[in-house]
Design a protein around this ligand. Sequence first.
Ligand code: UDX
Ligand code: ADP
Length: 490
Amino acid sequence: MLASIKPLIILEPYMEKPTKKKRNICCIGAGYVGGPTMTMIASKCSEIKITVVDINKNRIDSWNSADLTKLPIYEPGLAEILSKVRNKNLFFSNDVKGAISKADIIFLSVNTPTKIKGIGKGKASNLEYLENSVREIAKYSKGHTIIVEKSTVPVKTAETIELLLNSSCLDNVNNEKKTYSVISNPEFLAEGSAIKDLEKPDRVLIGGKDQNAVKEIKELYLSWVSSEKILTTNLWSSELSKLTANAFLAQRVSSINTISAICEKTGANIAEVSRAIGTDQRIGKNFLNAGPGFGGSCFKKDILSLVYLCIYYRLDEVAKYWENVIAINNWQQDRISRLIIGNLFGTIENKKIAILGFAFKADTNDTRESPAIKISKNLLQEGAKLSIYDPKVEEEKINFELNSCFDDVACSIDKSKWKKFDSIEDTLKGADAVVLLTEWEEFKYLPWSNLFKLLRKPAWIFDTRNILDPNDFCSEGINLWINGIGEYSN
Ligand code: UDX
Ligand code: ADP
């Protein structure tokens, strides 16, 4: 007898589908977050019109430039997607008022740097730009508007935004009814891989009280992100998760950098140690590359914001714990500067040092908090002359960063002490040392045997990213130092 065949019921997994509403989005802030994020939403939701506004006219002109190499930010894959949607459903404009008045949803993507004066100086986030844009929204918005916090903000910022919006309603001379829902939807994109991160996010986080507004924002993402990857939380969890995610990532970099110093003293090899510990799934293999220290606009700022929060709630020991992650980062930059000077016989006065890479990491033209800034300033302070090469960073930006004030390094730098070059050969000509600071792909395969001729012997190559092949360096008068290995001898 044949066994009775049960009818096969195929259960389709429940798929939430986006409802394709015609929406008008305004994004305030056309920076590293606003630009790529809105480009991705525009490319995935053709029924939505998006206007990205900024008070900086040059920035908007660059976003509108016909020449795609002139975009204000460099991000692999961005120009290709942008060219398909720009002036179709994605627009860049300086008309902040006009875009706000037409919007149903407004993304806040303005900068929230660390305060440099007043209460909370050096730790708290400066919410001046955020407050200014919220006041503009209060003035020009119409009807009901969903406000989305995209920029990283301290926990409880949504409360401040609501307070500002609600009290501004009291000034409303026309007596129009304006209402708002504030949502937190932090960005998790990393520069250099922003397009990939936006297209295939690990998760999308949406926090808010108004469940209808949460649903609206979720529907936007459902156009290309599956619903199980969209996490909805309360507002404060969403705001705190963003700070925490960055603090945890930064902590890993600081941890591995302390181990790289131990490797150099003991003969262990940091790449091998990273591989060995990274295979433990509980630790994982990512974010374990030793380097010159973490940079970028988020890590330091977000840890400082977390520290300020701890101080505010009298969690002093917790504040100290997180502050140490930054202290180790500064130590790593100073440690590298000191060992460069030490290996060049303790003096670098008038010696020429070539700096390869100024961006805070590869595949971006962003220099904010780049370890190259502090290391360069330390070397300049010791009397060195620098020749600098970076494939994507403009001279103007390097000049701005080298003249910035922080810690105990000199604020302004004499322009005759450094020069930016457009070719690696020109950068290396006559140099006593080469310091590799950014892991650009092109630095991994340089024709070293030809380049050695350009250097003054005995010369040193300092590989702070651990990306060079030591076999390329068996040459008379050439010394190689690799982060986490130390002086390399064949
Ligand atoms: C970070 C977070 O990754 C992202 O999720 C968040 O939204 C914004 O902040 P980003 O600053 O763009 O992104 O760069 P990230 O790739 O995180 O690197 C930060 C710094 O850590 C860089 O200076 C990088 O060189 C350094 N780093 C990273 C290491 O030194 N070693 C590693 O293994 C990884
Ligand atoms: P992020 O990395 O967070 O994107 P950026 O500094 O690259 O930071 O971008 C933030 C942008 O926000 C800047 O271009 C700045 O001019 C813009 N901005 C700041 N305040 C306002 C405002 N009130 N209205 C419009 N744009 C603003």
